[in-house]
Ligand binder design. Structure first.
Ligand code: PAF
Length: 284
């Protein structure tokens, strides 16, 4: 596997590959890789001649310095996992490579980046859009792979690609879960044993709300129930939202389940977790 810490050699490698008409898949990550990332890599390997994984903890998408500092960094282990998956190249730049000067560039996606995560993490999606634009320009992939767990991120990046006419296809891969249902996340490794047990309440809340909504119960009542259950489990619910899958506008109730998604965010200890579930998704 090629390991690139600098832009020039990576671009030269990709130019050579593209001259052989190889298609390129990009899996952008912030490292601390887990089975969820591996599923993105497998999808890319199936669909492209070359798969590039980027590992970069992007400071501009953190609105909280403590969160940035505590974000897990496990580069050596990540590289071993990428070698084992037969990933072709990893791009792991440092800050001076990605942001040689302080960037003033801001993105505004209207309502889409102000609601849900945007409300709790102001500026987050502007930073995501900035770094993803840089990665798309540097790698020029044919396809780029993102996880459904960050579904709002996927919607923001879809808008970015549409508006800036990036010539690539986006793939949204299903959430990979632990045996008890907790969505895989790099942040899970920061949970202690007791928090890890309590964290499953996010998925349980989604499933319970989905089932009871489909039986005709009111969403506002179900949200109150989840808030109470989270409280009792010492989990701080930030939001439980029912939204339209396409534009994420919030719904009071479901008219068409195939268009609806439930999204949740909560703090377990000092770890912030998110998850979501399509209303028509099969799960136990
Ligand atoms: O989803 C992530 O890991 C990050 O937000 C991304 C897309 C790699 C941008 O830093």
């Amino acid at each position: 596997m090629h390991i690139f810490r600098e832009i020039g050699p990576m671009k030269a490698y990709l130019k050579r590959e593209r001259s052989n008409l190889s298609t390129v898949g990009l899996v952008p990550t912030m490292g601390a890789l887990h089975a969820g990332h591996m599923s993105l890599l497998h999808a890319s390997k199936k669909e492209n001649a070359i798969t590039v994984c980027s590992i970069y903890v992007n400071p501009t998408q953190f609105n909280n310095l403590a969160d940035l500092e505590k974000y897990p960094r496990t580069l050596d282990k990540d590289i071993q996992m990428l070698v084992a998956t037969e990933c072709d190249a990893v791009f792991c730049p440092d800050n001076s490579m990605m942001y040689p000067a302080v960037s003033q560039l801001k993105f505004d996606f209207g309502a889409l980046d102000k609601i849900l995560e945007g409300e709790f993490r102001p500026g987050h999606y502007s930073g995501v859009a900035l770094v993803v634009s840089k990665l798309f320009n540097l790698v020029q992939p044919n396809r780029a792979y993102f996880g459904q767990k960050d579904f709002q991120q996927f919607r923001v990046i879809s808008r970015l690609v549409e508006e800036l006419k990036f010539d690539l296809s986006l793939v949204c891969a299903p959430i990979v879960r632990e045996v008890d249902g907790l969505a895989m996340s790099s942040r899970n490794m920061r949970l202690n044993a007791a928090e890890r047990k309590r964290a499953v309440i996010l998925y349980q809340s989604l499933k319970q709300t989905r089932d009871r909504l489909l039986q005709g119960e009111s969403f506002s009542q179900l949200r109150k129930t989840v808030a109470t259950q989270c409280n009792l489990n010492n989990v701080k619910l930030e939001y439980l939202a029912l939204a339209d899958r396409e534009n994420l506008t919030q719904l009071d109730n479901i008219t068409d389940p195939s268009r609806a998604i439930l999204l949740i965010a909560a703090q377990v200890g000092d770890v912030r977790l998110i998850d979501n579930l399509f209303l028509t998704e099969n799960s136990n």
